[in-house]
Write a protein that binds this ligand. Structure first.
Ligand code: AMP
Length: 427
């Protein structure tokens, strides 16, 4: 079993996964760490009968979510990451799960240009991840803290880093470079890195399996649409282009992030708002996107409901979101030339029929014809093709970043070698 950890500056998301069976046994979140009200909530899957865990896999062979669980919540005083993980270890021990852990997999946001695959953590790896702090100052220090604390709490287990960026290291230079002075890249690491790579890679592998096609022959566009959104052109299982860039700010319109804007706006608005460049960037990250346009909420479910009731801001935000996604899909036909499927995933992609329908309506010229009966019924964890027979294929596939991290961790701590060729059939 693998403990999967996703460490933020004041939170830790975690899960215990059995990658061979594709089962999640524990999940949870510690939040408000380092301040009053710090707490950890742990959901532990409960077996209704004493059959072995193997039987948790359902008939279709897909991952069983913890539908039936007990939730334990503990206050941590104003404890930090150390106290949170110590409590998790204590609870896992009490449930007899601690001794079953074989490794810890960490989500690490930025691997810079160093990592094109996941890596077993060693002092050299820590050094390289630390070097990436300069280009990911908000995320990597928290991820490193998670690694440090997990190593203290679980010193006998190997630890693996799985990077959000590594999947995109296959992008060609004409795709990842900005048209800025070359010295910016050489001296200051300025280039498109892309993020959400763990999700995009999972979707590529899963879609190949679902379509019964070798990954090396699969061309898809993956639209990961959630609170953070990005889109990726994946050719033969490799990322060719993606909408996030040097940071996760550009590309699609997101919950509170603007996505693409004219960079000249930054100094213009800094002057107007009597702030500095960082002040404007903060607004572009936290007060823009669906929230900024709608002046209502960053939540797509609320927006689509408000839009049907006539809220003009909500209607505009939904239209802008769908138009931007469709424009990127059309753009990514350039690197792909031939498309096996447009895949929707993430909270919005998996659940919002109206968003998928609007995106596909813009893309009729590419041969997409949505099947409304199927599309309308696809939410809440269903994986299916949502277009008619004869249409260019669009489908909904549920992403599972925790499982991808657990699979990488499992593979790297059992054998050495690249993880890209992992097939679900091996698991
Ligand atoms: P994620 O960040 O992947 O968890 O996705 C969060 C986003 O998914 C939020 O904007 C939610 O409103 C959206 N979402 C979840 N369920 C639905 C739904 N049934 N309809 C529309 N949006 C949804």
């Amino acid at each position: 079993m693998i403990l999967v950890i996703n460490c933020g500056s004041s939170s830790v998301k975690f899960a215990v996964m059995e990658p061979l069976e594709q089962v999640m046994l524990v999940s949870g979140l510690a939040e408000k760490l380092g301040s009053d009200g710090a707490e950890i909530a742990i959901k532990i899957g409960v077996q209704k009968n004493p059959t072995p865990r193997r039987s948790w896999k359902d008939a279709s062979g897909s991952l069983i979510k913890i539908e039936d669980y007990q939730k334990e919540v503990y206050q941590l005083g104003n404890g930090g990451h150390t106290e949170a993980l110590a409590k998790l270890v204590e609870v896992l021990k009490a449930h007899g799960l601690l001794n079953e852990l074989t490794a810890v997999g960490h989500r690490v946001v930025h691997g810079g240009s160093y990592f094109s695959d996941s890596a077993v953590i060693t002092p050299e790896i820590i050094e390289k991840v630390t070097e990436c702090n300069v280009i990911a100052p908000l995320h990597n220090p928290a991820n490193l803290l998670g690694i440090e604390v997990a190593t203290q709490q679980l010193p006998n287990l190997p630890q693996v880093a799985v990077f959000d960026t590594s999947f995109h290291q296959t992008m060609p230079d004409y795709s990842y470079l900005y048209a800025t002075p070359r010295s910016w890249e050489k001296e200051h690491h300025v280039r498109r890195y892309g993020f959400h790579g763990t999700s995009h890679r999972f979707i590529a592998i899963k879609t190949a399996e679902l379509l019964n096609k070798p990954l090396s022959d699969l061309n898809i566009i993956c639209a990961h649409m959630g609170n953070g959104s990005s889109i990726c052109a994946i050719k033969g299982g490799e990322s060719m282009d993606t909408s996030m860039g040097f940071t996760p700010l550009p590309g699609l319109i997101m919950g509170t992030r603007s996505g693409d804007i004219d960079p000249a706006l930054i100094t213009y608005m800094a002057e107007r708002l009597n702030t500095d460049a960082q002040g404007v960037i903060d607004i572009l990250n936290k007060k823009s996107g669906l929230l900024g346009v709608s002046e209502l909420t960053n939540d797509m479910r609320e927006l689509t409901e408000a839009a049907t009731k006539g809220h003009e801001g909500a209607q505009l935000a939904v239209e802008m979101f769908c138009y931007r996604v469709a424009k990127y899909v059309a753009e990514y036909m350039v690197p792909l030339q031939r498309l096996d499927a447009l895949v929707f995933t993430g909270g919005i992609g998996e659940n919002s029929a109206i968003v998928r329908e609007k995106v596909l309506a813009h893309l009729r010229f590419l041969g997409f014809i949505v099947d409304p009966a199927v599309n309308d019924k696809t939410y809440g964890g269903k994986t299916t093709v949502i277009t008619t027979a004869g249409s260019t294929r669009a489908m909904v596939v549920n992403t599972n970043e925790e499982l991808m991290i657990a699979m990488d961790t499992h593979q790297l701590t059992r054998t050495s070698g690249a993880v890209k060729s992992v097939s679900f059939e091996n698991y």
